[in-house]
Ligand binder design. Structure first.
Ligand SMILES: Cc1cc2nc3c(=O)[nH]c(=O)nc-3n(C[C@H](O)[C@H](O)[C@H](O)COP(=O)(O)O)c2cc1C
Ligand SMILES: CCCCCCC(=O)C(=O)O
Length: 392
């Protein structure tokens, strides 16, 4: 396990010390709302809309935030929190905290170093990155940049199984230790901000490097992409997603890899039970950050029923709406084994590249550590639903 550069609890004191002794202020706002505003001012309209935007009227994005407001932390006192740890093992891998960086595609939209910067930030903080199938650099390049920190690979399951198998083999060879299969984005949601701009970064433009360099993909082409890029991109657009997949197809993935398989996008107890019956190792309760079904349930509102249904059979992770340490603690208290951070690290990337992502991750870990301690818990395993009350 990689160790973070600075113990989380010391982070805020380091900031105060730098301010008072050296007159140095943080390079970027630590408040993520203000960081987001800075990112908005940094990015061009298309990339900004793509990253920040949601489906339809944005009701699901709002529901994600509202779901956190329905729970309040209920702090306990005098419980000796001097010695504590946020460490937790997730899918058999010890981590400094139950936090990962959610798969986010085409990160060069936010910064020219894209996923390489995020991967280096992952290496510096010990917080794993989940590399997207729609990454702007190859899985191999990103794996190398993430050093010894554990990393997971997210699959957008292609139509042709030879490509899926090739991607999985490449991910295994590059040292990814879990396979995340995203279930909620076989078709792209209705995204007015992108439609207004006519902006769809991952499908057109220069194509997807992971496909263009893949031997199984290239074998399907009449001419290599270097000779006929138009046809290669057409084939990529056709292959990229397979809306015909059903639960029965999971057997193929289970037979293809021994990596733990995690299904991302589960929002119901019955689907969670099906996941358990199909032999997967984990699920991520997520609505894709409100980017897919407008009017869908806030992701946190779905978490308790999924944990109650399958929490004793597989690991239940959570994303969609984490905007600070208290949010992470609420999700963990509701039974999430770990949480994934989404858009906020893109605001760090947009405003400060690798350092920007490091700052966002460190502030999340520091705030989580403090929220854990100030509510009277020494370890994450001590945190359960008794830490919460439902708000009236
Ligand atoms: C710009 C952007 C691109 C994304 N790309 C992917 C992707 O390639 N694969 C995936 O599984 N999820 C993707 N997601 C969804 C995230 O993994 C995660 O579910 C979501 O960001 C969580 O919501 P939040 O950012 O509001 O917390 C993307 C999200 C954003 C904002
Ligand atoms: C067929 C849809 C692919 C979407 C890839 C990127 C993504 O997940 C996003 O939310 O945008």
């Amino acid at each position: 396990m990689s160790s973070p550069e600075i113990p989380f609890a010391n982070y805020q004191y380091e900031i105060y010390l730098r301010g008072s002794m050296m007159n140095q202020r943080p390079r970027r706002p630590l408040d993520w709302q203000r960081l987001e505003e800075q990112a908005a001012a940094t990015l061009a309209r298309g990339p900004w809309g793509y990253i920040a935007g949601g489906a339809g009227r944005g009701d699901t994005m709002r529901a994600n935030q509202a779901a956190f407001d329905r729970w309040a932390l209920s702090p306990r006192m005098l419980r000796d929190v001097a010695q504590r740890s946020t460490a937790r093992t997730v899918l058999g891998t010890p981590l400094p905290a139950p936090v990962l960086l959610a798969p986010i595609g085409v990160q060069t939209l936010a910064h020219p170093d894209g996923e390489l910067a995020t991967a280096r930030a992952s290496a510096r903080t010990g917080v794993p990155l989940v590399t997207s199938s729609a990454s702007s650099f190859t899985f191999e390049e990103i794996a190398e940049a993430s050093g010894d920190t554990p990393r997971w690979y997210q699959l957008y399951w292609p139509k042709d199984r030879t490509i899926a198998t090739s991607f999985i083999r490449r991910a295994e060879a590059a040292g990814y230790s879990a396979l995340v299969v995203t279930l909620d984005t076989w078709l792209l949601g209705w995204r007015p901000m992108d439609l207004d701009e006519g902006f769809l970064p991952f499908l057109w433009g220069e194509g997807n490097v992971n496909y263009l360099q893949d031997p199984a993909f290239r074998a399907l082409l009449a001419a290599p992409p270097e000779e006929d890029m138009q046809a290669a991109i057409g084939q990529f657009a056709f292959q990229f997603s397979n809306p015909a997949v059903t639960w029965e197809d999971l057997a193929f993935l289970r037979e293809t890899t021994e990596l733990p398989i995690v299904l991302k996008g589960i929002l119901r107890a019955d689907d969670a039970r099906l996941a358990a019956e199909h032999g997967v190792d984990g699920v991520i309760v997520s609505n894709h950050g409100g980017r897919q079904v407008d009017g869908a349930i806030g992701a946190l509102a779905a978490l308790p029923e999924v944990v109650d249904a399958v929490g004793d059979r597989l690991e239940v992770l959570f994303d969609s709406g984490i905007r600070g340490g208290s949010d992470a603690l609420k999700a963990l208290a509701l039974g999430a084994r770990a949480v994934l951070l989404g858009r906020p690290y893109m605001w760090g990337l947009a405003t400060g590249g690798e350092d920007g992502v490091v700052d966002v991750v460190r502030s999340l870990l520091a705030e989580l550590d403090l929220a854990m301690a100030l509510t009277g818990h020494r370890t994450i395993d001590d945190v359960d639903r008794s830490a919460l009350v439902a708000t009236p």
